[in-house]
Design a protein around this ligand. Structure first.
Ligand SMILES: Nc1nc2c(ncn2[C@@H]2O[C@H](COP(=O)(O)OP(=O)(O)OP(=O)(O)O)[C@@H](O)[C@H]2O)c(=O)[nH]1
Ligand SMILES: [Mg+2]
Length: 201
């Protein structure tokens, strides 16, 4: 069990994806355990934080929930630059949103932190009867591009905590100390020099 002040990681995490894919809903579910049928479209970006205990550490996620509307696209680098992790969200009932997700992955591969932990979330998994993107197609794409993949539902909460836990577990190994971006190891100065452990920004 983690002890506060003993093994605390801060990790900047960004959510990217088409408008309406469910980014804000996933964050609201994760941070507050709530779901709104009529979640308002995000303007610019919104900030949240949430702490998770994982193995012998606590990870405090500093979450940037970006706006999916195209007119905000140029703001995105401000949020993904230096991020330790990204969740790219699409809506399983929309092929356009899956196409958009792939564009975000390309952009991150070109311009993001090379050690970034990337997760692909096929959201609205509760809408099986309206499905347009198969889980298999997304799984293959994710595997080919070094992301991990989960189908989620902000509505039913399925896999929402799990995707953040999975990221939290992958973070320390993905953030070698010699390439520090986006992640701060707090209150554990003795370990700052240990490459496998984490990093500082
Ligand atoms: N059925 C279902 N509806 C969802 C789910 N997640 C989100 N929604 C709905 O989809 C709509 C859009 O969700 P948002 O969370 O606002 O989407 P967003 O990606 O933040 O959109 P932007 O802020 O415009 O980029 C809302 O009406 C949500 O209630 C889900 O898992 N299942
Ligand atoms: Mg939003």
């Amino acid at each position: 069990m983690a002890t506060i002040g003993n093994n605390n990681l801060n990790a900047k995490l960004v959510l990217l994806g088409d408008m309406g894919a469910g980014k804000s809903s996933l964050v609201l579910r994760f941070v507050k355990g709530q779901f709104l049928e009529f979640q308002e479209s995000t303007i610019g970006a919104a900030f949240f934080s949430q702490t998770l205990a994982v193995n012998d550490a606590t990870v405090k996620f500093e979450i940037w929930d970006t706006a999916g509307q195209e007119r905000y696209h140029s703001l995105a680098p401000m949020y993904y630059r230096g991020a330790a992790a990204a969740i790219i969200v699409y809506d399983i009932t929309s092929t356009e949103s899956f196409t958009r997700a792939k564009k975000w992955v390309q952009e991150l591969q070109k311009q993001g932190n090379p050690n970034m932990v990337m997760a692909l979330a096929g959201n609205k998994a509760d809408l099986e009867e309206k499905r347009k993107v198969t889980a298999e197609e997304a799984r293959v794409y994710a595997e080919e591009n070094g992301l991990f993949f989960m189908e989620t539902s902000a509505k039913t909460a399925i896999n929402v905590n799990d995707i953040f836990y999975e990221i939290a577990k992958k973070l320390p190994r993905a953030q070698p100390a010699q390439n520090p971006t986006g992640m701060v190891l707090a209150d554990r100065p003795a370990e700052r020099s240990q490459a496998a452990s984490c990093c500082s920004s």
